[in-house]
Write a protein that binds this ligand. Sequence first.
Ligand SMILES: CC(C)(COP(=O)(O)OP(=O)(O)OC[C@H]1O[C@@H](n2cnc3c(N)ncnc32)[C@H](O)[C@@H]1OP(=O)(O)O)[C@@H](O)C(=O)NCCC(=O)NCCS
Length: 319
Amino acid sequence: MGFKQAKILSVSSVVPDNVLTNHDLEKMVDTSDEWITKRTGIKQRHIAPKEMKDPLIEYGSKAVVQALEKAGVKPDEVDTIVCGTISPDYFFPSTACSIATKVGCNRPFAFDYTSACSGFIYGLILANSFIVSGQSKTVVVVGGEILSRCVDWEDRGTCIIFADGVGAAVLQGSDDPNKGILATDANTDGSFKDILYLTAWEEKNTIVMKGKEVFKHAISLMANTTRTSLEKCGLTVDDVDLFIPHQANVRIINAVASNLKIPMEKLVSNVDRFGNTSSASIPIAMDEAWQEGRIKEGSVVALTALGGGITIGSAIVRF
Ligand SMILES: CC(C)(COP(=O)(O)OP(=O)(O)OC[C@H]1O[C@@H](n2cnc3c(N)ncnc32)[C@H](O)[C@@H]1OP(=O)(O)O)[C@@H](O)C(=O)NCCC(=O)NCCS
């Protein structure tokens, strides 16, 4: 039997134990807790130990094991695993390949892809397409980053924002046509390449960001893609029970919610404790919201992100 759409069975997330506060950063670069809090809303972030080997594969495997347990799915039932990351431990083999073997999947279709902070949403779109087409039955989507290894720790404009973490979701076909991924929207614009990027082969390869430029575009683009996804499934902003935008920065998060007229009580924001974990930020926030009982049977959840590329995406999910 074919499926109209995929549903999210579970989400799980893992962050390093090690916490780096704004006060710690005050000792590393010319900044202050007050400046960081006011401009970004971030108070602390989790950072992998410098000496740790293969942190993305390690944390990612933990997140996948937890997500599979929550879903009641055995590793050998997973036929597809995709990982959105811009900070892999290796260019190849892919993170997805290594995680799959580490958690005991049986030779799944597995690969990584690059869509920066939109990584989790792009992964949901892939999973949904694979399940609807019949290519896959059980898909694990991983969004994970070890951005602490990609920032210039002397650049106060970026090192205060980016952080480490991994999230994973398990998806299967939805038996109920009213539940699951109801609609998605995604697009990219390479003309914005220079506002946010990470080189591969320069002498120094660290994240470069024109913060003001990113800020300017992020709000309207995230709000617009969310509206498009809502229109595609015939819903309106009033139907949204919970809004989980990419946790870039609290000013962007609040401005997107305000642009969409989504009330604060429907907004999930945890950037104050995790910083910007790029492709992991949505599953980390979703995991917390689910555990807190904010996602229930029937909840309509809107997700949206913008990342380097630029990449833009959104998804409307009914649980
Ligand atoms: C990065 C960001 C916080 C900077 O805030 P801003 O208000 O745009 O600040 P600017 O970059 O214009 O810098 C203003 C001043 O603060 C300084 N500054 C920058 N980082 C600082 C820091 N960590 N601490 C103290 N001062 C800092 C700048 O040097 C500049 O000083 P100057 O006026 O003497 O030149 C903001 O642009 C932003 O949040 N952008 C979006 C970033 C984002 O979300 N990226 C991820 C998208 S996926």
